[in-house]
Write a protein that binds this ligand. Structure first.
Ligand code: AMP
Ligand code: MG
Length: 330
């Protein structure tokens, strides 16, 4: 089992040393747990891809300790970048910008751009400050699996006896960061996440959201932007997601089916389900985001034949959650 460390000063110092020395450290952020390596050390970064089983064409987000360190990694820090960073950092927004040469190819998957984020979680912030280097960190799960929102989830996912995990409790948002590209004249949301599109639009006016479902071959051929794999965030149990609320829930005799739902809904055939997880009985999308991955894990461990997931109202965070459920479906 991995080593789960409470974030004492001594443990933070040891973890920062380990990172600087080229090792991997998993740590809490306000979105999900990250698997970190020194972003400027390609060999260390290679360890992330290896442990996650992540394909090399999927670039990593680089975490920084403030706006100034972010500026140093970008060749063209724009006025727009400054505006968004001032408004949303530290926090769950990732900015994609032209990269400086010092950012290794492995981190950006050979792209001329780098994804940057200043996280707000105190454990992430202290680690960044103490390590004194930018930290490349994707979610600390096996590729395409469910993102971890607690130290125990990370240990279960990665099962590496050499891995250190800095325990910062359960994640406040529970959903990945929103990724916005500022590379072209018009900003584009590349990934829906913890900052709702509406919050960005309040700052920028109407913005485009990139075409979302691509497959691995399109990515490898370079025809699509990375990180939009149609299969992602998946439990092992088949998940059926339908765009229509309340549909697809027919349960056959002898079948063990779990239901993932939201809000104060009437479930007419509730007794037919072997397990029901309501992401937020009061209908609060923030609470739903926080509970999403834990609920998926719970259902995944309930020895079910399949999971049926009902969509949330497609506004604000509901839209980002629906995006995850759609990708989690088989
Ligand atoms: P994660 O799996 O949470 O580490 O998120 C990584 C995601 O961030 C990728 O899958 C992309 O969607 C996005 N990303 C990271 N780096 C870049 C980049 N250089 N250009 C475009 N998107 C990026
Ligand atoms: Mg991930």
């Amino acid at each position: 089992m991995s080593l789960v460390l409470p974030p004492t000063r001594e443990n933070m110092t040891r973890a920062a040393d380990r990172l600087r020395g080229g090792g991997l450290v998993a740590f809490a952020t306000e979105t999900v747990y990250g698997l970190g390596a020194n972003a400027l050390d390609p060999q260390a970064v290679a360890g992330i891809f290896e442990l996650k089983g992540r394909p090399l064409f999927d670039p990593l987000i680089v975490h920084v300790a403030g706006i100034e360190p972010a500026r140093q990694l970008s060749r063209a820090w724009s006025e727009l970048a400054e505006k968004l960073a001032k408004k949303f950092w530290p926090g769950p927004l990732t900015l994609v910008l032209p990269r400086q040469e010092i950012v290794p190819d492995l981190v950006t998957a050979g792209l001329p751009n780098v994804a940057l984020r200043w996280p707000s979680h105190p454990v992430a912030q202290q680690l960044l400050t103490m390590a004194g280097c930018p930290i490349a960190a994707p979610s600390a799960n096996r590729f395409a699996s469910i993102s971890p929102t607690s130290a125990a989830d990370v240990a279960m996912e990665l099962r590496d006896p050499d891995l250190w995990i800095l325990d910062g409790g359960s994640c406040q948002h529970g959903l990945e960061s929103t990724v916005i590209s500022l590379v072209n004249e018009r900003p584009v949301v590349l990934r829906l996440g913890s900052v709702a599109v509406e919050e960005l639009e309040a700052e920028l006016g109407p913005i485009a959201v990139a075409n979302r479902s691509v497959n691995e071959s399109e990515l490898q051929s370079g025809l699509a932007s990375p990180g939009h794999l149609s299969r992602h965030y998946s439990p092992r149990t088949p998940l059926c997601w339908s765009t229509e609320f309340g549909s697809g829930e027919e349960v056959h005799a002898g079948e063990r089916v779990g239901l993932l739902c939201f809000g104060s809904v009437e479930i007419p055939n509730a007794h037919q389900f072997a397990a029901i997880e309501n992401l937020s009985p009061h209908g609060d999308p923030r609470e739903a985001a926080t509970r999403l991955y834990a609920a998926l894990r719970q259902l995944d461990h309930a020895k079910l034949d399949r999971i049926v997931a009902w969509p949330l109202p497609s506004v604000g965070l509901g839209r980002a959650i629906n995006d995850r459920l759609q990708r989690a479906s088989h």
